[in-house]
Design a protein around this ligand. Structure first.
Ligand code: HEM
Length: 345
């Protein structure tokens, strides 16, 4: 006989087995220690004076954290309240690198006297403790309701507008491979369009709409789960929601309003110390790298859904997705190499 899980029904409240509770406290516990990876990288790179195999491994570990989040989200199979909560906590873990930047910028503006980790780590440990103690129960948020088609269409349509800007913006950042001056020249040219007051207001409104509608869709879909590509779409969406809020906050609130500084090459790359050697700015490396990767791969995930809706075979749609995701990773790598000093000529 099929159990409640197999039939996709919520199990009785309070029956989430004690043995599976690890999937609730593990994501916040991993998130709690993320800042120490950054600190360890900084100590190592400072001691070595350059990136060596040891510090490269620590750099890689920064990317393993969101990858673990995605893995745990895929593992949290089922539609019981416990599985849904585990999935959502794992999706939040994916957003750790960008959330840490967001928190850091705001604590800096608030003039926090303590290191960011003193705020971050206890907060996540508290989440881990609550997650391990509070038994997940069925609630409205645990209902595996279908997402509204109108919301999905609106999210996709506004996404097209945003894509125009992002296409140029990332192309601009690729020019860092040609040097700071080339990057600045292209940015100056683009600014006459995207910094025109009407365009800028529309762009910010479209991005905020993407954040709100995307989080709503992610909440609905995370109650249902899905295959790897579907969970990747959710994970990249959750990351991007935090990334967009954090990036807009850094550009418009922190730089242009609070600090009154130019949002130029120096701002983006943490000059003069740079992204790699600065103990604060190192957090921007995974934040930017994953921001670029996830926005491109998220678009490819949307394309996959459209292809499937038009009866393209799942194997073909998945192959296209893998090619697209690999391309997104290459673009991200190229931009990060450019921003950290690699030059093509
Ligand atoms: C390597 C990754 C990225 C870097 C280094 C970066 C850096 C910057 C910089 C320096 C600016 C200021 C531009 C100016 O003053 O003209 C900016 C603005 C902006 N960025 Fe990014 N960005 C990155 C990725 C993204 C992504 C993935 C998005 C899309 C969600 C995005 C959205 C925006 C928006 C909306 C603005 C405001 C544009 C305006 O001034 O009106 N950025 N970014």
């Amino acid at each position: 006989m099929l159990d409640a899980h197999a039939r996709g029904l919520p199990s009785r409240p309070g029956t989430w087995p004690l043995l599976q509770r690890w999937s609730l406290w593990l994501p916040p516990l991993i998130a709690a220690f993320y800042p120490f990876l950054l600190d360890a990288f900084h100590l190592r790179v400072k001691a070595d004076g350059a990136v060596t195999p040891g510090s490269a491994l620590l750099l890689l570990a920064m990317f393993v954290v969101p990858a673990l989040g995605l893995y745990l989200a895929c593992r949290a199979d089922g539609r019981e309240p416990g599985a849904i909560r585990a999935r959502r906590l794992a999706l939040l873990l994916v957003a750790t690198p960008t959330l840490y930047c967001f928190v850091g910028v705001n604590l800096y503006m608030l003039g926090s006297p303590v290191a960011d980790a003193w705020f971050w780590t206890p907060a996540w440990l508290l989440v881990a403790l609550c997650a391990s103690l509070v038994t997940p129960r069925a609630s409205a948020g645990h209902t595996a309701s279908a997402s509204s088609p109108a919301l999905r269409v609106a999210h996709g349509s506004a996404g097209l507008l945003v894509t125009l800007f992002v296409g140029f913006h990332l192309f601009n950042h690729l020019f860092s491979l040609a040097g700071e001056e080339s990057h600045a020249r292209l940015m100056d040219w683009g600014r006459q369009f995207y910094r025109a007051p009407v365009v800028e207001a529309l762009l910010v409104a479209a991005l905020l709409f993407q954040v709100v509608s995307g989080l709503r869709l992610a909440w609905q879909w995370s109650a249902r789960g899905g295959d790897f590509q579907r969970l990747f779409q959710l994970a990249s969406g959750v990351f991007l929601a935090v990334f967009i809020l954090g990036h807009l906050n850094a550009v418009f609130v922190f730089a242009r309003t609070w600090a009154g500084i130019e949002t130029d090459w120096a701002f983006a790359t943490g000059a003069p110390t740079g992204l790699i050697m600065d103990p604060w700015s190192i957090r921007l490396l995974p934040h930017y790298a994953l921001g670029v990767f996830f926005i491109l791969a998220h678009l490819v995930s949307g394309l996959r859904v459209v292809l499937l809706a038009h009866d393209v075979a799942q194997a073909t749609a998945n192959r296209i997705w893998w090619f697209g995701a690999a391309g997104a990773a290459l673009v991200s790598l190229a931009i990060m190499l450019g921003m950290t000093g690699t030059r093509l000529a």
